[in-house]
Each structure stands twice: as structure tokens, then as C-alpha cells.
Design a protein around this ligand. Structure first.
Ligand code: OSB
Ligand code: MG
Length: 374
């Protein structure tokens, strides 16, 4: 039984070590919405909403999430006795369209509360069965192929098990070619286009096929399925869907239409852990590998991603890079670290999210804060 009594919403501003550019936009300083969730018995958990400052990845933003949390999510949840985190999910879906990132922060936070209450690690509570997860890196669009090669080679040398390269028209073939040439034919490379192409760009997409990538992530429109099916039929390289998979039903559609062969699961994008696990289970049954994506999370959001990535169907290294890849100083202790073999420890021996939240540092970074109570 869970009875949440207080949600404290805070926006913090955390500068990235270097700007992160994708085909649809650039982030220099990450605006991050954190939520501190408290229950009637005095347990609490911090959770992170993955929405960004602008609607270039999904229609949601920090500001729409604040509105949804304040107006619709908090009133449905606060003060109500709820049997399980899954019931939080169901309660938030009923006659309530969209706003999945805003819903996810409360749904995932309620899993963390449940973990605290049962003195279980989040990973164990979710059904994770690994002590370490394999880590990949997502490298933003660079000014020229040489700059990209330098970063990709450094990442491979650091031990990363998957090198994801952001691409867009004008920063694709020569960039991928240069990296493949330097890293060698067996280096684990993939590309992520964040919707930058159309079917009319088929010649470029067919040329990308020659680079022997593990996958190409979301080449076409953010909400498309049918055209991805058309494209997948013409490509050797597996298509991986990210933006298009907003629910279990969309994952089913991908399977039915053969619109892709791999799914990037971001729990925030699909409304939380209940839906993430359902997608994971479906994919496992269907022989579709999944991996855990990232949204430039702070150490709090990263804790949730690492816990999810410890589930058995997560067969491909995730975008769960260590804290130091993003921030001068993270907001959790210890910071997330990667070993030289490109793996990260899953904190399965600690109850809750597995790291200590540095509340003083959060105070220093806070832009605004508001408390909602039952
Ligand atoms: O498409 O996976 C994406 C970051 C922001 C928005 C979308 C994406 C990304 C990344 C970064 O690729 C992954 C990470 O957190 O390192
Ligand atoms: Mg992506």
C-alpha cells in the first residue's frame, strides 16, 4: 500500500561539460525537473522527469510537465491509498492522454518508495538479474568528421561497449565513414538520426547500410510507424525505434508492421516502469533486443535507468554513461562510474535508488520549487 502525501517539484539548472547537439536541437545547460515524493509513513524518494526545455524530442517540456503534475497528476495521486506502483500507472492512464514523461516521474518515484519500504534495491524490485550493465556513449553532432573521430576513438579507448553517433543530413556519410575507418570494422557503432530523414532520402539511408552498424535509431518522423516499416524492408541494418515507441501498443505495432527490429526503452518516454517492463516482456518473448536509452539525466534519473537496464532482456549496452561524461559534478554520491571494461555496477545491495542524493547541491542549483500536498 502506498499513500503519497507530498510532491516537491524543483527545477535545477545543470551545465553540461560540453554542448550536446542532435539533429533537432542543442542543449548547453540541462534544465532538469526533479520531484521529491513523500508518503504517509515518512518514506521519501527523489525522481527525475526527462522532459527537456523545448519540444524537439517529444511534445512534452519541463513546463508542460509542471502544469500536468500540478493540475492533473498530483490531485489524482496525493492522499489516495494505492495498492502498487502498477496501480499508480493505471490511475494516471485512465481518461488522461499523453503527458507520459510527467506521469512517469511519479510512477517511477512510487517504485522507489516501494523499494525503500521493502528494503529492496530498485533493480531487485523491478526484476533485474545482473550485477553490472554494459555501457554505451551517445556522441552529439560535431563540426567536422575529424572532431567526431577524435571523440569516438577516445570513447572506444575508455572502454565504452557501444558508440552511438548522432547524424543528420549534411553530417552523415563522411562522418560515419571516417569513424568506421579509424575504429575498425568490428567496432560496435550505431547511428541516431532523431527524425532527420524522409523516405525520399533512401539513397543516403542505403549508403549508411554499408557501414555495418549495429542499428540505425529513429531515422524517420518521431511519431511514424508505417514509413519505418517500408524503410526496414529495404535496409539490412536493423532499425531501432526510440521516439515512436510511446507505449506497449506502439511496441506491438512495431512488431506487427515490422517497422523495426530493436527498441530503445526510455522509461520516461513510455510513462514509467510498468509500461517499460511490459515492453521488455513483449520484446523478450518476441526475440526483439531492447536497450536503455538516456535523456541526459542527472545521477537521479540515471539510477532509474541503470536499475531498468539490469533486467534480462536488455541485451545491448545502454546510453547510461557515467556522470563524468556529462557533468563537472553530479547531484548524487557516489557518482555513476564506468569501469575500464565498459561496465557499470548496479547498486543491488542498497535499498531504494542506490545512491545518496546531495540535497545541498540541489538547493544551490534550484531555479524554482513548489510543494503540492494532499
Ligand atoms: O535520441 O537518444 C536520444 C539525448 C537527448 C534527447 C534524445 C536522445 C539523447 C541521447 C543522449 O542520445 C543519451 C544520453 O543520455 O547519454
Ligand atoms: Mg534516440
Amino acid at each position: 500500500m502506498i499513500r503519497l502525501t507530498r510532491l516537491t517539484l524543483r527545477e535545477i539548472s545543470l551545465p553540461l561539460k560540453e554542448p550536446f547537439r542532435i539533429s533537432s536541437g542543442e542543449v548547453t545547460t540541462r534544465r532538469i525537473l526533479l520531484v521529491r515524493i513523500e508518503d504517509a509513513d515518512g518514506y521519501h524518494a527523489w525522481a527525475e522527469c526527462v522532459a527537456g526545455g523545448a519540444p524537439n524530442y517529444s511534445p512534452e517540456t519541463i513546463d508542460t510537465a509542471r502544469l500536468a503534475l500540478t493540475e492533473w497528476i498530483a490531485p489524482r495521486i496525493l492522499g489516495h491509498t494505492i495498492a502498487s506502483p502498477k496501480e499508480v500507472h493505471d490511475t494516471l492512464q485512465r481518461d488522461f492522454r499523453g503527458h507520459r514523461m510527467a506521469k512517469a516521474v511519479v510512477e517511477m518515484g512510487s517504485w522507489a518508495i516501494e523499494a525503500e519500504r521493502s528494503e529492496s534495491s530498485l533493480a531487485n524490485l523491478l526484476g533485474g538479474d545482473r550485477d553490472r550493465v554494459e555501457v554505451g556513449i551517445s556522441i552529439g553532432i560535431q563540426d567536422n568528421p575529424e572532431a567526431l573521430v577524435e571523440r569516438a576513438a577516445a570513447a572506444l579507448a575508455e572502454g565504452y561497449r557501444k558508440i552511438k553517433i548522432k547524424i543528420r543530413p549534411g553530417a552523415d556519410l563522411p562522418y560515419l565513414e571516417a569513424v568506421r575507418e579509424t575504429l575498425g570494422p568490428d567496432a560496435p557503432m550505431m547511428a541516431d538520426a532523431n527524425n532527420a530523414y524522409m523516405l525520399a532520402d533512401i539513397d543516403v539511408l542505403l549508403a549508411i547500410d554499408a557501414f555495418n552498424l549495429i542499428m540505425i535509431e529513429q531515422p524517420l518522423a518521431w511519431d511514424d510507424m508505417a514509413r519505418h516499416a517500408d524503410l526496414q524492408a529495404r535496409l539490412q541494418t536493423p532499425v531501432c525505434l526510440d521516439e515512436s515507441i510511446t507505449s506497449l501498443e506502439r511496441a506491438e505495432d512495431m512488431l506487427t508492421l515490422r517497422a523495426g527490429r530493436i527498441i530503445n526503452i526510455k522509461p520516461g518516454r513510455v510513462g514509467g516502469f510498468s509500461e517499460s517492463r511490459a515492453i521488455h516482456d513483449l520484446c523478450r518473448k518476441s526475440g526483439i533486443p531492447v536497450w536503455c536509452g538516456g535523456m541526459l539525466e542527472s545521477g537521479i534519473g540515471r539510477a532509474y535507468n541503470v536499475a531498468l537496464a539490469s533486467l534480462p532482456g536488455f541485451k545491448i549496452p545502454g546510453d547510461t554513461s557515467p556522470s563524468a561524461r556529462y557533468w563537472e559534478r553530479d547531484i548524487v554520491d557516489p557518482e555513476w562510474a564506468m569501469d575500464a571494461d565498459g561496465t557499470m555496477a548496479v547498486p543491488r545491495d542498497r535499498p531504494g535508488i542506490g545512491v545518496t542524493v546531495n540535497e545541498d547541491r540541489i538547493d544551490d542549483l534550484t531555479v524554482w520549487s513548489t510543494t503540492l500536498e494532499a
